[in-house]
Design a protein around this ligand. Sequence first.
Ligand code: PEP
Length: 249
Amino acid sequence: MTNKILFIANWKMFGDLKSIKSIESVINISKKKRYRKAKIIYCPPFTLLNNFVIKTKKSTISIGAQNCHHEKDPGPFTGSISSSMIKKIGAEYVIVGHSENRSNGETNKQINDKIRNAITNNLNVIFCIGESLSDKKNKKTNSIISKQINLGLNKIEKIDKIIFAYEPVWSIGTGKVLKNQDLKKQILNIKNIIFKKFRKQKAKIIYGGSVNNKNINDLKQISQLDGFLIGGASQNSKKFIDIIKKTIN
Ligand code: PEP
């Protein structure tokens, strides 16, 4: 996996065939020497995966899916898509454990199955972890994250294909972000949890939750971060480019 600064765009349930044109400006900057330290990954909805793979073919941009089913294909799972199907279409990444899916009943066991299938199919995994507002209020952040990591990565020995995305649930789409010093402390706590389970292996950690072109100047100061997972602001190419430019410059 790359050692560049990660800018992962999570388009969620947004985008249609017309919106593909809007990423041309991002493709252009990805080709500039000045931004070669950036690794851009687009995670569009399933319906646009193939279009994004084709559109970004001659660039360094990679494509990821936003989820996968926990069972292997083929199987009687109406409406579902497996990690091997995602791989075959040309995507290289998959988001697993996003809080919007956890809140719909996705379990740690299913997350673990998804991650193991994804790795078997040679996909890189963007593994989302993070506490809810009530966890935070009850000072359960570290125990929740520890549980998510231990159960989500059960029977997994190597983490070279995993990107840990710390996304506090209360921060997603709300405009609320931890103060830099608190976020830094939290990232170090997570690194500790990972270190206990996967000694000596280097963990990649990114932050997600209301990242925008204003707060990026603060967030980029956290040297322990390997990049950002960006929802809302990534759907606007001008804002997304601004985030990349401000981080790299
Ligand atoms: C996300 O959903 O992964 C996310 C980070 O969203 P937003 O940037 O909109 O908070």
